[in-house]
Design a protein around this ligand. Sequence first.
Ligand code: AMP
Length: 389
Amino acid sequence: MPEAKVFPGARIGVLGGGQLGGMFAAAATRMGYLVEAFSDTADCPAARVCDRVHVVDFADETRLASLAAGLAAVTLEFENIPARAAAAVAAVTRLRPSPEVLFTTQDRGREKAFLATHGFPCAKHALIRSRGELPRAAATVGFPSVLKTTAFGYDGKGQRKVGSPAELEAAFDAFGGQETVLEEWVEFECELSVVAARGEDGEIAAFAPSRNEHANHILDVAVAPSGLAEPQVRGARELAEGVLETLGVVGTACVEMFLARDGRLLVNEIAPRPHNSGHLTIDACETSQFEQQLRALCGLPLGSPRQVSPAAMVNLLGDCWANGEPDWAAALGVPGVRLSLYGKSDPRPGRKMGHLTAVGATAEEAVERASLARRLSSAGRANGPSSSC
Ligand code: AMP
C-alpha cells in the first residue's frame, strides 16, 4: 500500500544542521512546510532557515525519538548518524532514506561489499580488519593504491596514497590500526557524479552527470553538461539509477564515479543525500536536488530534472577569507553568477563557506564565469587568490 502523502503545512525534520540541511529547509519552507533541524550546535547553517533547531546529542536516542514523534516525516543531510539514532527515529516516524540505506553507505567497507555483491563496477579493493591482513590486501590490490578508513571519511580525510608495502604499513599505523579499505589507484580521465532522486513508488529522476574537479581532495569545480559522449552519459545515468534502485533509496542521492583512462566507469562513493556537485541544479534545472528530496520524502510526484541551461559551481572555502571578506560586488558583476553563503562565521582553511554558480551559453562559458567571479572576489587581497579561491 502506498504511504500517505505529507502535504504542505506539515512539520517535517532533517537530521543534521549543515548547509545541505539549510538548502533542504529553504526548498521545503518555500513550499509551505515547517522544518525542524536536529543538530549538535545551535548556531548551524540550517538554523537561519528552519522553523526550529533541536540541539541534540545523536547518542540520546530517547530524546531524538520523542522529538521526531511530532514530525510527519524526517530526512537527513549527513551520513554519519549513528545507526541506533536512525533506528530510533524510524521507529516513530517516516525516515527517508531508511536506516538500512544509511547503514550501508556510512561505511566504505559495507558500501564496497554492496557494490561488489550486486555487480556494480568499482575499483579493485580489499578490506583490512587487522595488521595481519596487510600482505593479502597488498597482493590483491597492488601498488600504487589508496588506503581509506572505512568510517567517518569525507573530503579526503582518512585516506592516504601508498606506493609500497612499507608505506601501506605506515599508513595503517597512522590510522591507529582501525578498519580500512585498500583501493586500487585509478588513473582517471575525469571524475563524475550523478545526483538522482527516487520516490517511494520506485520512480527515478536522474540529473545530468556533472564533471567534477577536486583540489586537495575537496570538490572545487562542478559543471554540467559534462562534455562526455552520449554513451558515457547514458552509462553514468544507468549506473546511478541501478545503485539507487538496488539500494532502495527514497530521497535524493549522489553516486560519485571515476571515468578511468581505459574507459571503465567505476563507482567511487554513494552519498544518500543531496551533494555539493548538485547545487547547480538550483539555478539550472526545472527542479532542484533539494526539492526532489522533499518530494520523495513526502510521497509527492518527482519534478523534472531537465537542465535548462549549462551551469557550473565553484566552492568557496575558508581560504578565500585569508585576507578579509571577499569582494562580493566584484563577483556578482559577472553575468549569470549567483552567490550562496552558508552563514558560517569562522572561515577556516578547507571549510566550505559557500559557493558560486554560473549559467552560460555553454559549459565552458559557465565555468569561466564562475571561476572569474571567484578570482575577482579575491583579487584585491594582499597575497592574491590561491588556486581554489
Ligand atoms: P573520496 O573521499 O573517496 O571521495 O576521495 C576524495 C578524492 O580523492 C576523489 O574525489 C579522488 O579525486 C581521489 N581519490 C579517491 N580514491 C581514489 C582512487 N582509488 N584513485 C584515484 N583517486 C582517488
